[in-house]
Each structure stands twice: as structure tokens, then as C-alpha cells.
Design a protein around this ligand. Structure first.
Ligand code: HEM
Length: 418
């Protein structure tokens, strides 16, 4: 976090490890060799601005430590190095305060407790049936005779439709929410250019206005959805401010948008390329839930996160000084041979797939983990049940993002004759 794009490119040229990760990631390269190289340095490896780690134990320790705080990214403008601080504007942004992602105790503790009260595993289970219906409807809409781009027609639509239910968005506003999500999604990535930043700002401003109106409507006329419950919790005076309420709704939209889309896309691609694993699943369908965790481990939607060191400390014996940034590479920790046997093998029956850190760890552990797992399981399973002969076609392309990992296009033939 916090490093403008140009600085990362320069750093990469000078051999800086974190710079190399973000630059190679945005070029869609396989990073596993680099992860192993970084791990060989020890628990933490040096960078120009602090440290980077691909060790599972070190990632968990940093994310679990009180000595580190989440930081909000700043945006740079290429050579000019213009820094914009989003907090100076009034518009809510998914990764700027008061987003849960960058809030710390004691505020984070109070705030997170309130949001978790609504976002329970039980609440997610109640969405299972509806998610299945949505997935089947989307599959009904696909023409099996033509090659289709599954990002556009399936992976990109399932999560936002489920999130719309959670936020109680009426049918007539769904297209608008889809457009907001698509336009605001790049805001979750690192090193955004000033130009993209400005266009995101415009979108977020309209989203903000729409959200205020939507919250007023739900307040007058509550529905059976999680946002209505959050609104009534706030109205009972239990702590959530109006800005926190809106920020949470925005983060839920953005998070559900980018990351779950990538989980589905990465999963379809991996399974289509590993027919032997689909064979295992046909014999043992109870492994579908585990498959979702193995997809998350092997090709995580969020490559890395980072923390700012707030006071001098040590991580597994390595000193870290106040003011240093530590990049915790989730994708690298997921390939740590100390934890995962034969880590570069995709194995849907792996017995500790769930030990991945793709949802983070510690107090910022993903609020939507249960929801994402449920959507991933239903979404992938429904796809391969309907189209067991699905084949990847030419033209698949990764998104040019630095932190988020997923496909921009995933063209497939749905049937053997298609
Ligand atoms: C936090 C990943 C889906 C809501 C996080 C973090 C990660 C993550 C890595 C921690 C970031 C950090 O520590 O810096 C993912 C992945 C997903 C996913 C891989 C899908 C496969 C979702 C969904 C929601 C969601 C569907 C919607 C409810 C959140 C929120 C936080 C968060 C609100 C902040 C929690 C806090 O800071 O206390 N997510 N996420 N995520 N996620 Fe997710």
C-alpha cells in the first residue's frame, strides 16, 4: 500500500522484490518462482520501503499483530508524482476511512462487532437457495451452441445479483448497481493512475447519492435483507455512524464484485484445465466445498495485502522498525511447503486446503468469507453439472491489476459440439 506506480516500476528495475511482484503480476506472469526466491530470504525479505514475505507463518503473524496497522492507499500520477488523498473529499470510497478495511481498534472492534451481528453464517445459509436459483437462471440464458465469455455472462453477474439481494436493491435499480460496481471495482487495486482515479471518483459520487436515497427508502420500508438490519441497528443507536453504514454497504458491493468474480473465473479455468480433478469430483461430489478452498489457495483473488509497522517489533526473530511497510503476499504463503505438501499441485482432495490465507487473517479477516465460499461452491458446481464438457477457447486474458487476480475474458465452448 501507499506506493505510487512509478516508484514500484523503478523499484522493480532496481531488483526490489515487492516492485517485481506487482509489476510481474500486472503482466499476468506466473509468480511462483519469485515467491520461492523471496521465501528463501527468511521470514521477511528486504524491500526499499520495508519488508515482503511469502512465508505462511510470517504472514499470519503480521496480520495478527497489534504492532501493525492497515494503511490506506494513496494514488500517484505517473511522472508528476501527484498524490491525492481521498480522505480530503467527502465521498465514500471502499478502501478509505471509514472503511472497515482501514479502521483499527478501538473503532474497528466496535464497528466490526456490529456488522458481524448481521453478517452471520446463518444469514449466509439463508441465501443459499436463492443463490442456486440465480445461478440456474444465468445458465438457462447461455446458448450452448455458441462460444461464450463466462466472465461477461456468468462469473461477473452471479455475485452482484446476490449482493443486490443482501443490499435490498429493487429489480429496477439492479442495472445501475451493476454499472456502479463495474466502474468502482478498480478502486480496490493498488497504484491506480490519476486518470482512473478521477473516473472512479465520479462513479462513487453517484453511487453515494443513490445509496443515501436507497437507505432512506429502506428506512421507511424495511425489507428482509441485511442492509435493512444494519439500518435498524444504527437507528437503535448502537454505534454505527451514517458514514460507517454507507461505507460498509459500498465495501460489500465492491468486495463482492471483484473478488468473488475472480474466484469463479479462476475456478472454472483451473478445473477445465485439470479434467482429472473433475473426474475426482464426479466420484466424490462431497469434495466441492474443499475444491473452492483449493481454488482459493492455488489462485487467490487477492494477491497481497500490506501493513504499516506502528512500533519497533520483531517478526519470527527479524526486527521491523516503526514506519516500515510489510507486504504480506497471500498467494505466496499459500505455496509455502512448510504448510502445504507439494504446494504447486492443484489437488481438490488436499486435506488442509482451508489453511490458505486468501481471506487474510487476524482482525481484518474477510467478513464475506462464508458468503464467498457458498457462492463459489454453488457457482462452480452448477456450471460443471450443466456443462460437464466445457472447454476453454483461445483468447482468455488476465486483468492488468496488481493486487486483484482474475480474468478479464474467459471464452469457452459449453458443449463438446459447441
Ligand atoms: C476483508 C478477500 C469476498 C467483505 C478481506 C481481506 C481479504 C479478503 C484478503 C483482508 C484484507 C486485509 O487484511 O488487508 C476476499 C476474497 C473474497 C472476498 C478472496 C472472495 C473470494 C468478500 C465478500 C464480501 C467481503 C463477498 C462481502 C460481504 C469484506 C470486508 C472486509 C474484507 C467487509 C474487511 C474486514 C475488516 O477489515 O474487518 N477480504 N474477500 N469479502 N472482505 Fe473479503
Amino acid at each position: 500500500h501507499g506506493v505510487p506506480r512509478v516508484a514500484l516500476r523503478l523499484a522493480a528495475r532496481k531488483g526490489d522484490l515487492q516492485g517485481r511482484i506487482t509489476v510481474e503480476a500486472s503482466n499476468g506472469n506466473d509468480l511462483t518462482g519469485l515467491f520461492d526466491e523471496i521465501r528463501a530470504h527468511g521470514p521477511l525479505a528486504p524491500t526499499g520501503i520495508g519488508h515482503v514475505t511469502t512465508r505462511h507463518a510470517a504472514v499470519r503473524e503480521v496480520l495478527g499483530s497489534d504492532a501493525f496497522h492497515a494503511t490506506r492507499p494513496r494514488y500517484g500520477d505517473g511522472v508528476l508524482g501527484k498524490i491525492a488523498d481521498w480522505a480530503s473529499t467527502d465521498v465514500l470510497h471502499p478502501v478509505q476511512p471509514p472503511s472497515l478495511l482501514v479502521t483499527e481498534p478501538p473503532d474497528h472492534t466496535r464497528y466490526r462487532k456490529l456488522v458481524t451481528r448481521v453478517f452471520t453464517v446463518r444469514a449466509v445459509e439463508q441465501l443459499r437457495h436463492r443463490t442456486q436459483e440465480i445461478a440456474e437462471q444465468l445458465l438457462d440464458g447461455l446458448d450452448p451452441r455458441d462460444p461464450v465469455d463466462l466472465i461477461e455472462t456468468y462469473c461477473g453477474l452471479l455475485p452482484v445479483t446476490v449482493i443486490s439481494e443482501i443490499l435490498g436493491v429493487p429489480q429496477e435499480d439492479r442495472a445501475k448497481v451493476l454499472a456502479f460496481g463495474a466502474a468502482a471495482a478498480p478502486s480496490l487495486d493498488l497504484g491506480l493512475s490519476w486518470r482512473v482515479f478521477r473516473s472512479v471518483e465520479t462513479t462513487l459520487t453517484s453511487f453515494d447519492a443513490w445509496l443515501s436515497h436507497h437507505i432512506d427508502t429502506l428506512r421507511a420500508n424495511p425489507g428482509n435483507n441485511l442492509l435493512s438490519q444494519l439500518i435498524s441497528a444504527r437507528d437503535e443507536g448502537i454505534g454505527l455512524t451514517e458514514r460507517e453504514l454507507k461505507s460498509t454497504a459500498g465495501l460489500v458491493l465492491a468486495a463482492g464484485f471483484e473478488t468473488t468474480v475472480n474466484l469463479l473465473g479462476n475456478g472454472i479455468s483451473l478445473l477445465a484445465r485439470n479434467p482429472d480433478q473433475l473426474e475426482v469430483l464426479r466420484a466424490r461430489p462431497e469434495l466441492w466445498a474443499n475444491t473452492v478452498d483449493e481454488v482459493l489457495r492455488y489462485d487467490p483473488p487477492v494477491l497481497l495485502t500490506g501493513r504499516m509497522c506502528m512500533r519497533d517489533t520483531e517478526i519470527l526473530g527479524v526486527p521491523v522498525r516503526r514506519g516500515q511497510l510489510v507486504a504480506t503476499v497471500l498467494a505466496g504463503a499459500n505455496r509455502d511447503p512448510e504448510v502445504f505438501a507439494d504446494p504447486h499441485r492443484f489437488d481438490v482432495a488436499r486435506d488442509n486446503a482451508r489453511d490458505h490465507v486468501s481471506f487474510g487473517a487476524g482482525r481484518h479477516y474477510c467478513l464475506g468469507a462464508a458468503l464467498a465460499r457458498m457462492e463459489g461452491e454453488i457457482g462452480l458446481r452448477a456450471m460443471f453439472r450443466r456443462f460437464p464438457d466445457l472447454r476453454l477457447e483461445q483468447g482468455a486474458g488476465r486483468r492488468p491489476t496488481r493486487i486483484l487476480r482474475g480474468f478479464e475474458r474467459l471464452p469457452v465452448s459449453l458443449t463438446a459440439s459447441g
